[in-house]
Ligand binder design. Structure first.
Ligand code: SF4
Length: 432
């Protein structure tokens, strides 16, 4: 097996195409139909690239009985498939941990299947999620929707009921089309979905969730971009999890979508052994910015059955954010979010920079990315006017019961200084 180490922040990785798929002409390699037809979807196929001793083969048979498997030749070539610790292989190749953790977690931790219309989730007031297929170019081992990726099954989608639901809920202004991967539908089928959603007057924006630019960038062609550009305002959320995925092929695909007027936001998943260290995360977000893709969310990995080995602690996520914020462009720092089990929705989590805040006094103490401590004073027009000195015979002035006092000592890093006493006449900075 040819091993190539990737320079994570500068050079695109060298593809292993010649060693893994010798003799495939460019015409085929760059044709997404060829890539899709030649996906590795079974263990005997995988055994051509990875040594699978009998014991491991038996274990992986248990895994693939439970969880669907499929990887494009292109994406396989970004990995060292023989190395189980390889970050690309970890995301794409079945692993015995999926079997070991088959009873840990839930099939549907986010409670997406509760609307009464299969595939439709209406959790937030003005947005709705449509899961319109269960086909992906590559089946991510950490996928939140592993439950719907039954091998060979095509999910029946009642588009009529979905459309009727959106029509009857005039508060919906944002429709998220996801899957499975919507870009794996035929262009004509996807156009049917988009045109019917776009025809609903109160729908303002359409968003598509797709991993295709990352795992099958050949799919992004002029025909697809031309069709998508008819349904603006249209956004696409992509998922890149490792800097090695930011290849010239992915850059070309993203560039075509951007030139079609489609803003691209990245939704990474924080994955143990893939991107849970600051160096990798920094290289990833820098790679995304070079592709003009905005790092938007960093998701805590959901507690999905068979994915426990990918999960990290919240402390790990906060620590990563701490090592990014202020240390690199703010534009590149994603919002770290936890999608609450049970359908509670997404909540942002991150390092605490507001150490103390007294709303009534209008004073605050904040720390910066270096742990240096600064006082801050609210504008006078937003502060409680000072009560005049009172005669002892008068009743005391009423105290506002909606004021806020925040004291967040526990969030301080070890190197931070002590909070300073604050007064309006304090200097702008008390940092050393
Ligand atoms: S592309 Fe998305 S839906 Fe498909 S397997 Fe990966 S995470 Fe799941």
């Amino acid at each position: 097996m040819l091993l190539v180490s990737a320079d994570q922040d500068n050079e695109p990785p060298l593809l292993r195409r010649e060693s893994l798929f010798p003799g495939v002409p460019d015409e085929d390699w760059n044709d997404w139909h060829w890539q899709f037809r030649n996906r590795i979807t079974s263990l005997p196929q995988l055994a051509r690239f990875v040594s699978l001793p009998t014991a491991r083969l038996q274990q992986l048979q248990e895994v693939t009985r439970n969880f669907r498997f499929g990887i494009t030749p292109y994406y396989l070539c970004l990995s060292d498939p023989a190395d189980p610790h390889d970050p690309i292989a970890r995301q794409s190749l079945p692993a015995i941990e999926e079997y070991l953790y088959r009873n840990t977690g839930e099939d549907d931790p986010l409670h997406e299947e509760h609307s009464g219309i299969p595939g439709l989730t209406h959790r937030y007031p003005d947005r709705v999620l449509l899961v319109i297929s269960n086909t992906c170019a590559m089946y991510c081992r950490h996928c939140t929707r592993k439950r719907i990726m039954g091998e060979g099954a095509v999910r029946p989608v009642d588009l009529d009921r979905m459309i009727d639901y959106i029509k009857s809920h005039t508060e919906i202004r944002d429709v998220i089309v996801s899957g499975g991967d919507p870009l794996m539908l035929s262009t004509s089928r996807l156009e049917e979905v988009l045109s019917r959603v776009r025809a609903i007057p109160h729908v303002q924006i359409i968003r598509i969730g797709s991993r295709v630019p990352c795992v099958l960038p050949q799919r992004i062609d002029a025909e697809l971009c031309g069709m998508l550009s008819k349904y603006h305002p249209l956004w696409i959320n992509v998922q890149f999890n490792h800097p090695r995925e930011c290849t010239p092929e992915a850059t070309r695909a993203c560039d075509m979508l951007l030139r079609a007027g489609i803003p691209l936001n990245n939704q990474s998943v924080l994955l143990r052994g893939v991107n849970d260290d600051a160096e990798t995360m920094r290289a990833l977000i820098h790679g995304l910015l070079r592709m003009r893709v905005r790092p938007y969310y960093l998701f805590q990995c959901d507690p999905v059955r068979g994915s426990e080995h990918f999960r990290t602690s919240i402390a790990k996520g906060i620590s990563l954010l701490e090592q990014l914020r202020g240390h690199t462009s703010g534009l590149s720092v994603p919002t770290y979010v936890i999608d609450l089990p049970g359908g509670g929705g997404k909540v942002p989590v991150g390092p605490e920079y507001l150490m103390h805040y007294d709303e009534r006094a209008g004073t605050a103490v904040l720390r910066n990315f270096q742990g240096r401590v600064f006082p801050y004073v609210d504008p006078s027009h937003d502060r409680e006017p000072e009560a005049p000195s009172q005669d002892a015979s008068e009743p005391p002035a009423p105290v506002r019961d909606d004021s806020t006092v925040v004291q967040v000592q526990g969030a301080l890093p070890a190197h931070a200084g002590e909070p300073v006493s604050v007064s309006e006449s304090a200097p702008a900075s008390v940092a050393p």
